[in-house]
Ligand binder design. Structure first.
Ligand code: ARG
Length: 589
């Protein structure tokens, strides 16, 4: 990821600047010196600079004063300019330069963040606008757990990018333009002839309606023919059909909205139908570039290395998923001027996107080099499994309804709160809100905490466990910190003005350093589009806090002010992590 400018909280980046000077002094005749800074995994230091070995390879023979990589490392260390960041350095093995950061500097950075706000630690990316295409369920069909994953992952990625200063167009690419509509509309007219005139159509349960019409379609060939004609009428713009289509979409939209409201997700619909008017001219452009060929009556784009070509016009002359996606990509690049276009779907669609991206590169819409903007990325994710190890289904092997899942997570967390005696302590409203924050948060964290490509087994007991790697335990940890601060009776704003964080104890220092690493973690999550990196960071942070709290007395100690401020800094960073992960923090538990 190209960062636009230096970011105050990014330790790696700040160290890279210091080491760059040293590298320039060490090998003055080398151009293109890029400091390689990494977190130190050994106990030799906090960070290390790894340039010595490769640099020795480059200068061998031209600079006889260097006999081996280690001597290059020693020179890099010697040439380091004075820096308030660094407490001490050492050289290890074949020239790794280890750095121990100054605890005064770490503390100073934390104090500054407390005064100026956590936004000062946001990475600053070099791009201005991105599209995140996520959620994207299909009208009249079920919104299944795969769409839940897409919604949760996509929302987090959008939030992380937004935090990093990028304008994100959050796109719901709903499937609202398939041949299924012919069948649905024809069935509607058959079942409820008055629907042709009425403004409200009598569909209670759109999914059940979909199933019935599908059965009718499969069983009766005359109906099937009518349904196929209906598609033509709809696509030809017949007002009667357009109206029924719009009404069916509206019913679905209301259903989807319930899920988005539960999850607190904001997304803007630009469904497949939106791009329909643009398809002919986009395909015309591709045809002029010589990309489109005839194949068995269809029009296709051959993709190097792929056995099957990308079909862009079907044999019957109709457009398909690929024609729409190509056009949407064209639109996003040329009309919306997005520099990074991100698609969040299950891994099953990887091939489809690879073909679309490949075609776009051949058409010259995108640079051939994947590291140059505008660029496209498919963010794939694994399956959600049931306890039986198969795709997650209900007992009657139906697709699980998302709203039911979320309701159950909330109900279970409410029950747990009641068992802890909260019903007597809290108002009903507080109970409801906490149950929602914990229940929905648990579903989200469970979905995000492992690498997105891995499959996971849906399990309420695990995700609602109040110990271990769960939102519940993290939300509790945050509430506990808030309660430590409350119990001190001190006003944090006053403490900030009069006092400051000092990191004398080893566990204070460890916690302080971890807090400071927030910025580079967000940058990593952003560059690689991996929310699990942030989940792990948050979990480790709560661990570091526990170590600190077990070893360092806070309230009533001589270090009270500094330690309360350290508690506050931890709570601030935790809350930002929750926010980026779409989890609502709770303050009391
Ligand atoms: N509607 C599709 C599905 O449910 C996902 C669409 C993803 N986005 C896209 N631009 N193709 O599988």
């Amino acid at each position: 990821m190209i960062l636009q400018e230096e970011c105050e909280g990014n330790v790696k980046q700040l160290l890279a600047q210091v080491f760059k000077k040293s590298l320039e002094a060490t090998v003055p005749n080398e151009a293109d010196l890029h400091p390689l800074i990494a977190i130190c995994n050994e106990n030799f230091g906090d960070y290390q600079c790894n340039n010595a070995m490769s640099l020795f390879g480059k200068i061998r023979g031209t600079m006889p004063e260097f006999r081996n990589p280690r001597s290059v490392g020693e020179a890099i260390m010697k040439n380091l300019p004075e820096s308030e960041m660094i407490e001490s350095c050492s050289v290890a093995g074949p020239g790794f330069v280890n750095v121990v950061l100054s605890r005064t500097w770490i503390a100073k950075s934390l104090n500054k963040m407390l005064m100026e706000g956590i936004h000062t630690w946001a990475p600053k990316l070099s791009i201005k606008r991105a599209v995140v295409d996520f959620s994207s369920p299909n009208i009249a069909k079920e919104m299944h757990v795969g769409h839940l994953r897409s919604t949760i992952i996509g929302d987090t990625l959008a939030k992380i990018l937004e935090f990093s200063g990028v304008e994100v167009l959050r796109r719901n690419h709903v499937g609202d333009w398939g041949t299924q509509f012919g069948m649905l509309i024809e069935f509607l007219f058959e079942q409820a002839p008055q629907a042709e005139d009425d403004n409200e159509i009598p569909i209670e349960d759109l999914q059940a309606f979909y199933k019935q019409s599908k059965k009718r379609f499969d069983d009766d060939s005359i109906f099937k023919e009518r349904a196929q004609k209906a598609v033509v009428s709809l696509q030809g713009g017949d007002p009667k059909y357009r109206k029924a289509w719009a009404q069916i979409c509206e019913i679905s939209r209301r259903e989807f909205q319930k899920v988005y409201e539960c999850l607190g997700v904001h997304i803007e619909e630009k469904g497949e139908s939106y791009y329909n008017p643009y398809i002919p001219s986009v395909l015309e452009g591709l045809r002029n570039e010589g990309l489109i060929e005839e194949s068995e009556g269809a029009q296709v784009i051959h993709i190097e290395g792929k056995k099957i070509p990308l079909i862009v016009v079907k044999r019957d002359g109709g457009f398909n998923y690929a024609s729409t996606d190509l056009t949407a990509l064209w639109y996003r690049i040329n009309e919306e001027k997005a520099e990074w276009i991100i698609y969040v779907t299950d891994v099953g669609q990887r091939e489809h996107f690879e073909m679309v991206f490949h075609a776009a590169k051949r058409a010259g819409w995108l640079p051939l080099d994947d590291n140059t903007y505008p660029k496209v990325t498919h963010v794939g994710f694994g399956l959600v499994l049931g306890e039986d190890g198969k795709r997650f289904r209900t007992r009657s092997s139906e697709v699980v309804r998302l709203v039911d899942l979320l309701d159950e997570a909330k109900a279970r967390s409410k029950q747990a709160l009641i068992e802890r005696g909260k019903a007597a302590e809290w108002t009903e409203e507080e109970l409801e809100q906490t149950a929602e924050a914990v229940g929905y948060g648990a579903v989200k964290y469970f979905d995000l905490m492992d690498h997105r490509l891995t499959n996971y087994t849906f399990n309420f007991d695990q995700m609602l466990n109040d110990k271990g790697k769960t939102a519940v335990s993290l939300l509790y940890a945050h509430a506990r910190i808030c309660s430590i601060i409350r119990k001190s009776g001190k006003d944090i704003e006053e403490l900030k003005k009069g006092g400051e964080i000092v990191l004398d104890h080893a566990y204070e220092r460890a916690l302080g350093l971890h807090l400071l690493q927030f910025s580079e973690i967000v940058e990593e999550a952003c560059s690689n589009l991996l929310p699990n990196v942030l989940c792990k960071y948050l979990y480790d942070l709560s661990d570091d806090f526990t170590n600190f709290y077990n070893q360092c007395k806070v309230n009533g100690s001589t270090e009270e002010t500094s330690r309360l401020l350290l508690c506050e800094a931890t709570a601030v960073v935790m809350r930002k992590c929750f926010e980026l992960l779409g989890i609502t923090p709770v303050y009391r538990i």
